[in-house]
Each structure stands twice: as C-alpha cells, then as structure tokens.
Design a protein around this ligand. Structure first.
Ligand code: NCD
Length: 322
C-alpha cells in the first residue's frame, strides 16, 4: 500500500492522514457522500453497508466526540468495533509494545484502524507499519486532525453553500491546535479564501507552517486584538488553548482565556451570517450565553456533521458502493 499518497478519487484502502492528500474533488466526494449519510441517519433507513466489517479504534489520548462519532458511524452502518481506549494502560503497550507492533496485531482483527496519538507523525508511522489495513488519523499530537477538518468544511458548506471566497476568523491556540492545521490546509485548496488569525503571540502558527500555507494561495492575516476582527466574516472558528501541550502551567493559565467569545463581542463584530464554530471541548473561551445565538453551530450542526462525515469516509475507505 502506498503511504502518504494523494487520494485522487480513489478512497478505497487509503490511509487518511493529512489534508495534504486531498483535492477539491475528493472533498466534493466526501460532501456528496455525507449528504447521503445524513439522509440515511435521519430517515433511519436500515443499511448494512459495513456488515461483516470490523473497525478498530485505538485512542492513546482522551476523546469524546471523535471516538463516539466514529463508533456510532460504524454501528449505524452495520459494522462492528474493537475499541481500545487508553492503550497505554489497557493494551500490551503497558508492557512496552511499540505502536508499530500494536498496529500489526490489530490489523489481523480489523478492516480499518482509527488512531489517535499524542505525538505528531505517529499516524504516518502506523501507516508505514500497516501491511494492508487503512489507518485513519483521528489526531496526531499537534499535527493534524483531518476528519475534524472535513466535518468543519461540511458545516461551512451547509451554511454558506461554498468553500471559496470566504473570510474566516480562527482564534486560540494556532501553534498546538491540530484541528486548525488541517482546516487551514483544507481552505487553502480553494480560491480567494482569507483567514484572520487571532492568537496570543506565543501561540501563533509556526513560521514554517505560516509560509507553507500562504504559498498554497490562502491569505493569512495575523491579528492581535479582538477589535481587528473583520465585520464580514463567514465564520469564526474558536479553539481552546491546548493545556496538555504546555510544560509550564503558569504560562497556560496566563494564556488560556486571553480571547473569549462573548455576547458583547458578537454584537459588536459579527455579521448576521457569521457562523460560530468550535471543535470542542471548550474550557471557558466561549461564554455559555452565546450558545443560544442562532449563529452558534458548535453544539449543533458541527457535532452532527461529525457523525455523517465519518460515516461517509468509512464507507469510501472500505470501498462500499452507494
Ligand atoms: C479536538 C482535538 O482533539 O484536537 N477535539 C476534537 O476532536 N473535536 C480539539 C481539542 O481537543 O481542542
């Protein structure tokens, strides 16, 4: 099996590790399939698309939505799961087994492996260790979180009907936030997108990443104050400061709620069409009063789309005809 290879229309048996593998056509395929999955889930049409398939979920880091939505997606399509949460304690990793060996073992019992790992690049290592089972990256440290970006795109598309000519604001921990890295890569595949990046300077994007993304053609504008947020954004994408990536807790405490999404900020700065997104979990950076705002999609569409997008991706990777 090829490793970090482009999808180019062929999802079957592909490792899904990074947004670098996608073209806009591949994203279109995901969005179309997601729509079908939404209908399947809403009308509760019984489907046995994944009947006979077992998918392993191996999560070395905590997760609520990603884990639960993958698990639900598999079951809704009639497949079965092998779920290993906290393998460092509950698998042979506790005895010192390497990730590569763990992957080789689970390959024998599953048709696809969904992996979350605290270190950047480990999804790629797993893909290299795998003989013929596709690995889906459910977050590799500060690296990427491709399925989150796909559901974020589905949410933006659902609300705005396009993925180009967008103005967005991304706030929070741009240095460590893997969802942000995948989302910026995704949006840079499309024409005329502009992103305002609001973060404490300590948590700015890495310069290398910043330059790479810009070269892809996306316009990135780093800002330092909430008052610099443009009034015409199609979406605000708030993120939490990633506590688990800090060695200095005082530094974390200092930065964690530097930028808070409040009703007041919304009133002053958002447009009637600005959707409010967050990959969740949120830990104080969104005032709960914002939840009632009809523009807030983080506890609604974004979560649901996580299920539909993962149903779509699994069906495609497992080569199902729909
Ligand atoms: C994100 C993650 O794990 O990167 N969570 C998620 O999957 N929705 C975001 C985060 O933990 O901040």
């Amino acid at each position: 099996m090829t490793k970090l290879s482009s999808i180019n229309g062929n999802f079957k048996n592909q490792h899904i590790l990074s947004l670098d593998q996608f073209t806009t056509q591949d994203i279109e395929t995901i969005l179309k399939t997601t729509k079908k999955m939404k209908d399947i889930a809403a009308k509760a049409i019984p489907t046995k698309l994944l009947e006979g398939n077992t998918v392993a979920l191996i999560f070395y880091e905590p997760s609520s939505r990603t884990f639960a939505s993958f698990s639900a997606a598999i079951k809704k399509l009639g497949g079965e799961t092998l779920e290993i949460l906290d393998p460092t304690h509950f698998s042979s990793a506790a005895k010192g087994e390497t990730l590569e060996d763990t992957i080789r073992v689970f390959e024998a019992y599953s048709d696809a492996i969904i992996l979350r790992h605290p270190q950047k690049g480990k999804a790629q290592s797993a893909a290299e260790a795998s003989r013929n089972t596709p690995i889906i990256n459910a977050g590799d440290g500060i690296g990427e979180h491709p399925t989150q970006a796909l559901l974020d795109l589905a949410t933006i598309y659902e609300k705005h009907g396009k993925l180009d000519n967008l103005t967005g604001v991304i706030t929070g921990d741009l240095l460590n936030g893997r969802t942000v890295h995948s989302l910026i890569k995704a949006l840079s595949l499309y024409k005329n997108n502009t992103l305002y990046l609001l973060s404490p300077t300590e948590l700015n994007l890495q310069r290398e990443d910043y330059n790479t993304y810009q070269q892809k053609g996306i316009k990135l504008i780093e800002i330092q104050y909430e008052k610099q947020i443009p009034q015409n954004a199609h979406f605000w994408y708030w993120t939490r400061v990633q506590k688990e990536r800090f060695t200095d807790t005082t530094q974390y405490e200092k930065l964690k709620t530097k930028f808070t999404l409040t009703k007041d900020l919304l009133k002053k700065t958002a447009a009637p069409y600005t959707i409010l997104m967050h990959p969740l979990p949120r830990v104080g950076e969104i005032e709960p009063a914002v939840d009632e705002d009809p523009r807030a999609v983080y506890l609604k569409n974004q979560i649901k789309n996580g299920l539909y997008v993962r149903m779509a991706l699994l069906a495609l990777v497992l080569g199902k005809k729909m």
